[in-house]
Design a protein around this ligand. Structure first.
Ligand code: BGC
Length: 765
């Protein structure tokens, strides 16, 4: 035997020994946990077991329609398993004390919160984060969020939200990672790793809860909570993978969604919560409902609270958020034989296991260190990280004549209803944020410009012109700051200010709460009054840059046609204004790429890049042909495609090469391309790889993202970027829902967006 071979064998032996030791250790730990929980459950009454399944709202932060009283009394009686959305280590400590000192069995509570994009240091909304295409940064943002939240008493977050969404009318597109399965799955993994770290017992890691399982983003007509109806093959190929990716990364809990699937709400859907989740995916953690998910099934038409609670438990739900259905009715259902003791025990065990894994039995106050709360939350370092991360999420949609970055300008007119609004910077679902401490664009720009530059400000118009709509989108401590002057008065003032300037920055778009939960819109244009202001600003003849605040893709066709530069900044969090100033002034070169298609108009929705070809696709170069799949009045093209985003520099792609013209089932195919920074600035580029399976047993998308790399190139630098493909990358769920690849012809595309690519072909043998 050669020396190197024997060395390899030794190494393999050592590795397998190590692995079996690890397994023994894990199974030893599992055994310890089992013994502990068996013992505890042996002492628990039925009421106490049901108490563990109960998750009432704390009432501290109202996130839904429920209300609750007498929480403390219930905790003492052992009738509460956890609470959520309470803010502060001290308060949580005090509530925990009731549980562990005044209840019979002293079982600690689990404390959850919607830590969605940061805790008190707020990062950009998730849709924005996804446009960074930077997994390390996304993981870092979740790590910081976990660090801050755990320092302030929280050990469980209702995040990541991984619902694929292809309808920008749906307000909750803002909370997810856009339209793509592959990108969404990578992000799901990064977030779970960030929250949970490598050891849940550490006091700075928190349990993650992936949501909303499942298909919540496919609500009909983009109306929140609406019906979903989808084929299994689409579910498996397009909508389910991100949930699975989060669970494979170790997410310890999952939230059932509000919507129905195959006519049964997710909360009571046995196929979803047991057959798929437990049997097929082998998930071991616990399932929590969404807010009043159980009682809402009465309105879905499934029966009274007792009936729907039994259905939910039977389907595989473990914890009842706010509905009071499990605590209030399962005892009776057990007597009547509608649910079994074993089902109750199993749910209770899963919740106790999560508490055990978090180390709460060892130390129930592990996450309530008031000193940590003082020193680890909203720190200058975290804010600096938020500033750097935010700048990576902005997408430069247009930049004619290099209006940006702003250079050598003496006077900048900053105009618009979102220029001086700190409270709206964090965006939706930022419950722990201290909104007034956010940096507005006016704050950021004034600090960033040098002594020789003047920033003049005018509001110009309100966010929307209808006061009733304004009241609906001016909530949760994020006022729009309605100005009661007339539109004409405000525009006149803005035009006067613009007249004194060299360049106009127009801070426009949506308020933070125009997206998010129950914030669907049927018209996703910029409000008409803001457009009027833009027209007036353009008429001044000064260069106009639109800084676009939005929680969703918007139909900004007119703006694209008329405004020379558009920088989409989403809602960028605590440090929004500083980060935007960094990009506007050229300190940071924008590199974000869209994770969701911008449609030309609402009629095109749903519009997404990885659609099927149909039997009558539109032929290249045409936008309309009779008897083809198209519209009479608008082309099929998006306004801005998936993967698109400009930079202050330019990138050229050439020499797309494959290592072979074919690949075997066990082989590797290397795909390489040369990317050159051909412009005048250093900058980052997201190199994207897409595949098309040309012939299949079922129809396949015209293109699917299968890889990307974010690279940084100095001005003039060229780099060869290489991807490795294997047969695994070519797999999909076939008509029998088997995950397979099929031999035949494939196309590979590599480029700067989903439409601007080089292409080559290969065969899978
Ligand atoms: C939302 C969830 C959230 C929950 C708790 C619900 O209304 O759908 O995403 O985690 O409230 O606040």
């Amino acid at each position: 035997m050669k020396k190197s071979t024997s060395l390899l064998l030794l190494l393999a032996l050592f590795t397998s020994l190590l692995m079996s030791c690890n397994q023994k250790q894990t199974s030893g730990e599992d055994q310890q946990m089992k013994t502990f929980i068996d013992d505890l459950m042996g002492k628990m009454t039925l009421d106490e077991k049901l108490g563990q399944l109960n998750l009432p709202a704390s009432g501290d932060i109202i996130t839904g329609a429920g209300s609750n009283n007498n929480i403390a009394a219930k905790i003492k009686e052992g009738k509460v398993g956890g609470l959520f959305n309470i803010k502060s280590a001290q308060k949580i400590h005090d509530v925990q004390q009731i549980a562990v000192e005044q209840s019979r069995l002293k079982i600690p509570l689990i404390f959850g919160m919607d830590v969605i994009h940061g805790y008190q240091t707020v990062f950009p909304i998730p849709l924005g984060m996804s446009c960074s295409w930077d997994m390390a940064l996304i993981e870092k943002s979740a790590r910081i969020a976990a660090q801050e939240a755990s320092a302030d008493g929280i050990c469980w977050t209702f995040s990541p939200m991984v619902d694929i969404a292809r309808d920008p009318r749906w307000g909750r597109v803002s909370e997810g990672s856009g339209e793509d399965t592959y990108l969404g799955s990578q992000i799901a993994r990064a977030m779970v790793k960030g929250y949970q770290g490598d050891d849940l017992r550490k006091n700075n890691t928190i349990l993650s809860c992936v949501k909303h399982f499942a298909l919540y983003g496919a609500a009909e007509a983009g109306r929140d909570y609406n019906t979903t109806d989808m084929s299994r093959i689409r579910m498996y190929n397009e909508y389910l993978p991100p949930y699975k990716a989060a669970l494979d990364a170790g997410a310890g809990s999952i939230m059932a969604s509000f919507n129905e699937i195959d006519g049964v709400p997710a909360t009571a859907n046995k196929w979803l919560l047991t057959d798929l989740l437990r049997k097929e995916w082998k998930f071991k953690g616990f399932v929590v409902t969404d807010y009043t998910g159980i009682s809402e099934m009465t309105d879905h038409g499934l029966g009274n609270l007792k009936t729907v609670s039994a259905l939910a438990l039977h389907a595989g739900t473990d914890m009842d958020m706010v509905a009071d259905g499990f605590l209030g009715t399962l005892k009776e259902s057990l007597k009547e034989g509608k649910v079994s003791q074993q089902e109750i025990d199993q749910a209770c065990r899963r919740i106790l296991e999560a508490k055990y894994q978090l180390g709460l039995f060892e130390d129930p106050y592990r996450y309530c260190d008031v000193n940590r709360a003082k020193s680890e939350v909203f720190t200058p370092e975290n804010r600096q990280a938020a500033r750097e991360i935010a700048a990576q999420t902005f997408v430069l949609l247009k930049n004619d004549n290099q209006v940006l970055p702003i250079q050598d300008k003496k006077t900048i007119a900053l105009i618009g209803p979102l220029a001086d609004n700190r409270e709206n910077m964090p965006g939706t679902w930022s419950v722990a944020g201290d909104f007034a401490k956010s940096i507005s664009l006016l704050d950021g720009l004034e600090t960033a410009v040098g002594a020789n530059t003047n920033v003049l400000y005018a509001k110009g118009t309100n966010i929307v012109s209808d006061p009733q709509l304004d009241a609906r989108v001016s909530i949760f401590g994020k006022p729009t700051k309605w100005d009661s002057r007339s539109q004409k008065e405000m525009i006149d003032e803005a035009v006067e200010v613009a007249g004194k300037s060299d360049i106009i920055i127009a801070a426009m778009g949506e308020s933070a709460e125009m997206s998010g939960e129950a914030a669907s819109r049927s018209d996703i244009n910029i409000p008409e009054n803001q457009k009027e202001l833009l027209e007036a600003l353009l008429a001044t003849g000064k260069p106009v840059v639109m800084v676009l605040f939005t929680g969703r893709p918007l139909t900004i066709s007119w703006e694209k046609a008329n405004i020379p530069a558009i920088l989409n900044v989403w809602f960028a969090g605590t440090e929004a204004g500083n980060a935007i100033a960094d990009v506007l002034l050229g300190k940071v070169n924008p590199s974000g790429k869209l994770s969701a298609t911008f449609p030309q108009n609402v009629g095109q929705i749903p519009l997404y890049y990885n659609h099927k070809n149909t039997g009558r696709p539109l032929q290249d170069g045409k936008w309309f042909s009779k008897f083809r799949s198209n519209y009479l009045d608008v082309s099929n093209d998006p306004l801005f495609p998936f993967g698109f985003g400009l930079s202050y520099t330019t990138f050229d792609y050439k020499n797309l090469k494959l290592s072979d013209s074919s690949v075997t089932v066990n082989g590797l195919l290397k795909v390489s391309v040369e990317v050159t920074n051909s412009g005048n600035y250093d900058g980052a580029e997201v190199v994207q790889l897409y595949l098309r399976d040309l012939v299949g047993s079922v129809t396949r998308p015209v293109k699917e993202l299968k890889g990307f790399q974010k690279i940084f190139l100095k001005k003039g630098e060229t780099r060869t970027v290489e991807f490795t493909l294997t047969e695994k990358d070519l797999r999909f769920y076939n008509g029998d829902l088997k995950f397979v690849s099929e031999p035949g012809d494939f196309k590979v595309f590599v480029g700067t967006s989903s439409v601007n690519t080089l292409e080559a072909g290969f065969v899978l043998k």
